[in-house]
Design a protein around this ligand. Structure first.
Ligand code: CO
Length: 196
């Protein structure tokens, strides 16, 4: 396994649309393993392949409570979320249904140290394939639903800052342009914030 470089905004590669996966081989499994190692090393709860420069419609998530990993032990999982085995590798996902609305203070490993409230569907139904190409359908809500929607955005070249008001997004963009990213990441002590 290897820790991969996570591309940071404004890297233009984060704006590309990822392509469908049609080869479910050892190389894909290796990429998934490397992405998991990278996500855990970065204390994230999700990562899309495009964030490590691979334009494949694949993402990984692990929203289980972790003591030091951006989500604290106290955080409770929803019943639907708890039913799903994680970490989860999701390939060629398609949103079948999105219901309700939910807001969460999202952060992104590609825009580190910035957190802003984003509105998403509360409950989602997703079709996807696993590493062997087998098709699955999942229904979830909670942080897992937020994270999956955030990662699916990455597959389209969309970042969470694109969901913010012009003023808020510009503030973040200008700060990054002027000062870059902080050397040391602000630790998210808040269980209601996570980078993905
Ligand atoms: Co992200």
């Amino acid at each position: 396994m290897a820790i991969l470089e996570v591309l940071k905004f404004p890297d233009a590669r984060l704006r590309d649309v990822s392509k469908a996966v049609n080869q479910f081989d050892a190389g894909l499994k290796k990429l998934a393993d490397d992405m998991l190692e990278t996500m855990y090393a970065e204390n994230g709860i999700g990562l899309a392949a495009s964030q490590v420069g691979e334009l494949k419609r694949m993402l990984i998530v692990d929203t289980r409570p972790r003591e030091t990993k951006g989500r604290y032990e106290k955080a409770e999982m929803s019943d639907l979320e708890a039913k799903i085995t994680q970490p989860l590798v999701v390939i060629n996902p398609v949103l079948v249904k999105g219901e309700g609305k939910e807001t969460f203070d999202e952060g992104c490993l590609s825009v580190p140290s910035f957190f802003e409230t984003v509105e998403r569907h509360q409950t989602i139904t997703l079709k996807y394939q696993d590493l062997r190409g087998k098709e699955h359908t999942l229904v979830t809500d909670g942080l897992l639903a937020v994270c999956l929607q955030h990662e699916m955005d990455h597959l389209e070249g969309t970042l969470f800052i694109d969901h913010l008001s012009f003023i808020k997004a510009n503030k973040i963009k200008n700060q990054i342009k002027k000062h870059g990213y902080p050397d040391k990441k602000k630790k998210s002590d808040d269980q209601d914030k996570a980078e993905m």
